[in-house]
Ligand binder design. Structure first.
Ligand code: NAD
Ligand code: AHE
Ligand code: ZN
Length: 369
């Protein structure tokens, strides 16, 4: 079949809207009509050539929602007509990682996914006879995409696509980092670095679990109003702090934070986030994705004295199990999504979404097909 898609032909070049050829689902795969997709900073990072796994040409996009249109042989968990969210972190429930109960990082198809291929080592997308890579196992910047069965979460049919697509990455990543990775307790003092599409979801997660102090840190002063809207109690613009930022944050939180979250991808910020933790027990969660080649550093003494450095992918959420529950949290009003969707675009306007993100003018842009 044919599908309209925004294709990344080369790094640092705007996406091109073209018609691709798409092969149907093979055994264990499903064809999904994507109804809406968010644009996450990770898509921009890959398009900008900063991802060590970045491949071109490819169909980017990993934050979608849609409808199953066809299933391949042996598929049992979904049928045509089901509403689903594609999962860049699948959940096979059979691999060592899934069975460990210790991680959401299913390893069943990670090797081929990182090479832009389906689990059988081939692509379903092609353009003028040449293969086009998949991206993060999702490729939601295409109106139709093929996904492994283990990489779709079936969701309720009354959830609007336009907002629930954001649960495919940003919402789950931010809220999950609080409730699943850090397991923040009521009354905790927390600091969130970077108040974008992820950081604001960390903030609303902290509000949901009853954190006391929710400090937001961002170099864009316009983010103060956004943070307060979702529960932030204090705002710090590092550019207006005289003296050492860590010392300022430690004083503000009465000795250091119980939990800090990096939602910037900047390795210097990651260090600040670790060092702003309370001696003896503070935990810093790295969510931001750093450019290829970057490394983190701190004095080992920071860890010797009890601070903990952790990372979180997809908020520690197991996609097929947890995503439908997060959709319920949204539908019952426990968490908000709609106010964070600042721009709704057509596929033809998708490059504008990247421009708005780089200019700091959007929280989430969503493309509706
Ligand atoms: P975004 O562009 O919407 O937000 C980034 C925010 O960080 C902006 O408000 C920006 O002003 C702020 N910022 C930049 N430099 C800063 C600095 N030095 N100090 C303080 N604030 C600073 O991006 P997003 O979509 O929210 O994504 C944030 C990060 O999370 C990205 O690195 C993205 O790749 C990553 N991410 C990781 C996961 C995961 O599973 N681990 C999932 C989604 C996104
Ligand atoms: N490909 C990069 C790493 C990118 C990365 O860390 N991705 C996150 C999700 S970001 C979503 O917006 C993730 O889930 N990582 C776990 C995984 O298995 O990819 C690199 O550095 O090579
Ligand atoms: Zn993302």
């Amino acid at each position: 079949m044919k599908t309209r898609a925004a294709v990344a032909f080369e790094a640092k070049r705007p996406l091109e809207i073209v018609e691709l050829d798409l092969d149907g689902p093979r055994a264990g795969e499903v064809l999904v009509e994507i109804m809406a997709t968010g644009i996450c900073h990770t898509d921009a990072y890959t398009l900008d050539g900063l991802d060590s796994e970045g491949l071109f040409p490819s169909v980017l996009g990993h934050e979608g929602a849609g409808i199953v249109r066809e299933v391949g042989a042996g598929v049992t968990s979904v049928v045509p007509g089901d509403h689903v969210i594609p999962l860049y972190t699948p959940e096979c429930r059979q691999c060592k990682s899934c069975l460990s109960g210790k991680t959401n990082l299913c390893t069943a198809i990670r090797a081929t996914q990182g090479k832009g291929l389906m689990p059988d080592g081939t692509t379903r997308f092609s353009y003028k006879g040449q293969p086009v890579h998949h991206y993060m196992g999702c490729s939601t910047f295409s109106n139709f995409t093929v996904l492994p069965e283990i990489a779709v979460a079936k969701i309720r049919t009354d959830a609007p696509f336009r907002s629930s697509c954001y649960i495919g990455c940003g919402v789950t990543t931010g809220v999950g980092a609080v409730v699943k990775t850090a397991r923040v307790e009521p009354g905790a003092n927390c600091i969130v670095f970077g108040l974008g599409g992820i950081g604001l979801n960390v903030i609303q997660g902290l509000r949901m679990v009853g954190a006391d102090m929710i400090v937001g840190v961002d170099v864009n002063p316009a983010k103060e109003e956004w943070g307060r809207r979702f529960g932030m109690t204090h705002f710090v613009d590092p550019r207006t702090v005289t003296g050492d930022l860590v010392a300022h944050l430690v004083e503000l939180t009465g000795g250091g934070a119980d939990y800090t979250f990096d939602c910037t991808g900047n390795t210097d910020v990651m260090r600040t986030a670790l060092e702003a933790c309370h001696r003896g027990w503070g935990e810093s969660i790295i969510i931001g994705v750093a450019e290829a080649g970057r490394e983190i550093a701190t004095r080992p003494f920071q860890l010797v004295t009890g601070r903990v450095w952790k990372g979180s992918a997809f908020g520690g959420a197991k996609g097929r199990t947890d995503v439908p529950r997060i959709v319920d949290w949204y539908m019952s009003g426990k968490i908000e999504i709609d106010p964070m969707i600042t721009h709704v675009l057509t596929l033809d306007e998708i490059n504008k979404g990247f421009e708005l993100m780089h200019a700091g003018e959007s929280i989430r842009s969503v493309v509706v097909y």
